[in-house]
Write a protein that binds this ligand. Structure first.
Ligand code: 13P
Length: 254
């Protein structure tokens, strides 16, 4: 059985003090859950050192993640952070293509595919977010949208792109709302994603995971994770509250 992977996307949240409080509880908990699942916190990267100092060295199932990366390696790109820099400070997983970046920063599928390519060059693990808006769902366009968001990755990165990588299905309408996809809806799209990736790669793919994200809580986590093609969660709000975060990890391990 695949080891579930839970990623907490902290977005623009966190202070030194809140990190200390969070880790005090997470630390002991992770020791018990050592072998049962992989836990990643994608925090604002300037706090990575603090997190590493407080937790990292003692927990082998815990990793640091980032929420974004630039689509260049170096040069005159004020304010940006390169894939190499993320690797250099100990980041392993990098979220790209989150809908908040697609919409707020006008990131295109092409830019996201370039990021994916550069992350693979550095042996970092891309967490590619895909998913449809409410309107696209109503128009029955979910599969087409997901396929389009995946296809450019194949075009830019080649047939082996999704080895050692994650696709997070995050319906835009579910993010930050009170409504998650139903377990059946999440499974339907995750099933499509797996079948599509396998068909394109002729089943030659290793270490490929599919996550669900969008209003996951301790109450709906169990039913969603039980779906055949869902290997973990990309959590937003639930990853900011340590009690909720732990409750979700416990749920999926029951
Ligand atoms: P919520 O869990 O707060 O809906 O956010 C999901 C998300 O955007 C994770 O990337």
């Amino acid at each position: 059985m695949i080891k579930p992977i839970i990623i907490g996307n902290w977005k623009l949240n966190g202070t030194q003090q809140s990190i200390k409080n969070f880790l005090k509880l997470l630390k002991n908990f992770l020791i018990d859950y050592h072998k049962k699942c992989t836990v990643v916190i994608s925090l604002p990267v300037l706090y990575s050192y603090l997190m590493q100092k407080l937790l990292f060295s003692k927990n082998k199932n815990f990793f640091l993640g980032a929420q974004n990366v630039d689509n260049h390696c170096s040069g005159s790109f004020t304010g940006d952070i390169s894939p190499f820099m993320l690797k250099d400070i100990g980041i392993k997983y990098v979220i790209i293509g989150h809908s908040e970046r697609r919409f707020n920063y006008k990131e295109t599928d092409r830019m996201i595919a370039n990021k994916f390519y550069l992350l693979k060059q550095e042996n970092l693990i891309p967490v590619l977010c895909i998913g449809e808006t409410k309107q696209e769902k109503v128009e029955n366009n979910t599969i087409n949208i997901c396929k389009k968001q995946i296809d450019l990755i194949f075009d830019v990165c080649g047939i082996k792109a999704f080895n050692n990588s994650i696709i997070a299905y995050e319906p835009v309408w579910a993010i930050g709302s009170k409504i998650s996809a139903t377990p059946q809806e999440a499974q339907f799209i995750a099933g499509f994603i797996r079948q599509y990736i396998h068909s394109q790669t002729k089943n030659r793919i290793k270490n490929f995971f599919i996550q669900y994200g969008g209003s996951v809580t301790q109450y709906n986590a169990k039913n969603i994770i039980q779906q055949k093609d869902i290997d973990g969660f990309l959590l937003g709000r639930a990853a900011l509250q340590i009690e909720e975060f732990i409750a979700i990890i416990k749920t999926i391990n029951m």
